[in-house]
Ligand binder design. Structure first.
Ligand code: KE4
Length: 430
């Protein structure tokens, strides 16, 4: 494959035609906003297929893929074990709306991998997982207030689509149309990695707080690791005030370690939300944790939650194949660590690279990025130029400065070399 294609503009004619058609019947032509390339401009390639570390678009362009469907494809596209698992499940049917043995096996895999999860409920997306975990936390504690962190995204849950209020312990302000003030008045948003801010909230409202929800490694402001002591302080404060600690590991679960960020940092949350990797590329989510808390979930307890396609046989088959493969092949995490380290090694002056395992972000700022404010100092216009240069050179990155990239077990040393060569030529331009 040649990576010197940036001498001629990328041909996206057919994607352009498809985008016009799509815009007639789908808002913005996409089924999730970030796919519309609003923050980087240009036409999003319409993807036709994926194979290993590559994706191929409707115009026949080939790319090394560092989006990986936003995290699920830790083994790359169409991994044989996952394809085989789904094909076998297809032979039995697509959905039953009834308990199946395979859901039990997936639940056992999750409980076996994540020590803090003693019981788990399967749902269909990360958003469903976080929405349900919050309702459960309120039902278990009898309290209404949630604490979240600016720059963290937990799916499009009404009460979590808020930005910080005027003061540290004041309620959030809706970050989108359509969220009633009554909902945002149950959420306090504070800066990520600010132990002092969380201490202040608890000193003022500790007895009202049902839960703190956090991305233990943030991925939705770009990759931002926890500073030493941050997660420990959340664990200590929530325990002391009778609030629950929820780790939103939709992105980090089975990504940064087989047991997720909680294994990496040695913190035991009360509840964990999962998604992405546990579905092996098919729709899936889950929430789980302490048995005394999960026992409050319907039909066992008074906290209602349901789903027509929860535990769907195809998603369960893909997730089972994924988790079993990861459990039986621990070398995957060693390879991911080495390959991702190689990818970002030697980044030029003027950018800041944050990486945890195989998730990473190149921030176009020369200052450290430890929270949303520092992430927003990045030069997003320069990022957009970098993004399009890389796309024209066959490298498919997340179309936003405030997203994480992902290396998969399918990325070869050659893919990394070509990617770095394309990036080198960008930074060496006059
Ligand atoms: P879903 O509802 O999209 O399955 O999961 C929501 C969610 C919850 N928690 C975390 C930590 C997440 O990262 C996500 C979703 N991640 C985004 C990527 N930034 C998905 C991409 C998209 O929205 O299209």
């Amino acid at each position: 494959m040649s990576y010197s294609r940036n001498t001629t503009p990328l041909r996206l004619d057919h994607s352009g035609v498809l985008l016009e058609r799509a815009r007639n019947v789908i808002p913005g032509g996409v089924n999730s906003p970030v796919r519309a390339y609003k923050s980087v401009g240009g036409t999003p390639p319409f993807i036709l297929r994926g194979e290993g570390a590559k994706v191929f678009d409707a115009d026949g362009n080939e790319y090394v893929d560092y989006v990986g469907s936003w995290g699920p494809l830790i083994l790359g596209h169409r991994h044989p074990a996952i394809i085989a698992g789904v094909e076998k499940a297809l032979g039995r049917g697509t959905s039953f709306g009834a308990p199946t043995e395979f859901e039990v096996e997936l639940a056992e895999e999750i409980c076996g991998a994540v020590p803090s999860i003693e019981m788990v409920r399967l749902v269909n997306s990360g958003t469903e997982a976080t929405m349900s975990a919050l309702r459960l936390a309120r039902g278990f504690t009898g309290r209404d207030i949630t604490v979240k962190f600016e720059g963290c995204y937990h799916g499009h849950v009404d009460s979590l689509l808020v930005k910080a209020g005027s003061g540290v312990a004041t309620f959030g302000i809706p970050d989108t149309a359509g969220v009633p003030k009554a909902f945002s008045d149950t959420t306090i948003a504070v800066p990520y990695n600010s132990i002092a801010a969380v201490q202040s909230v608890f000193s003022q409202r500790g007895s009202e707080i049902a839960a703190v929800i956090v991305e233990p490694v943030a991925g939705n402001m770009g990759c931002v690791p926890p500073v030493p002591g941050f997660l420990e302080s959340l664990r200590d404060l929530t325990s002391r005030h009778g609030a629950l600690l929820i780790f939103d590991e939709v992105m980090t679960g089975f990504r940064v370690a087989f047991g997720g960020a909680q294994q990496l940092y040695g913190i035991r949350p009360d509840l964990t939300t999962l998604g992405k990797i546990i579905g092996g590329g098919l729709p899936a989510g889950a929430y789980g944790g302490r048995k005394d808390i999960m026992s409050q979930v319907s039909p066992l307890g008074p906290v209602y939650q349901a789903g027509t396609l929860s535990g769907n046989p195809l998603g369960v088959a893909a997730g089972l194949a994924m988790l079993r493969y990861l459990r039986e092949n621990p070398w995957v995490y060693e390879q991911l660590e080495a390959r991702a380290a190689e990818l970002v090694e030697g980044a030029p002056a003027g950018v800041t690279v944050n990486r945890v395992g195989s998730m990473f972000t190149v921030f176009f700022t020369d200052r450290p990025v430890t929270d949303y404010d520092s992430a927003r100092r990045s030069d997003t216009a320069q990022f957009a130029r970098f993004f399009h240069w890389m796309l024209e050179n066959g490298v498919y990155l997340a179309p936003s400065q405030f997203e994480a990239g992902f290396v998969s077990a399918a990325h070869s040393a050659g893919d990394v070399i070509c990617t770095k060569e394309a990036a080198r030529r960008f930074f060496e331009q006059p």
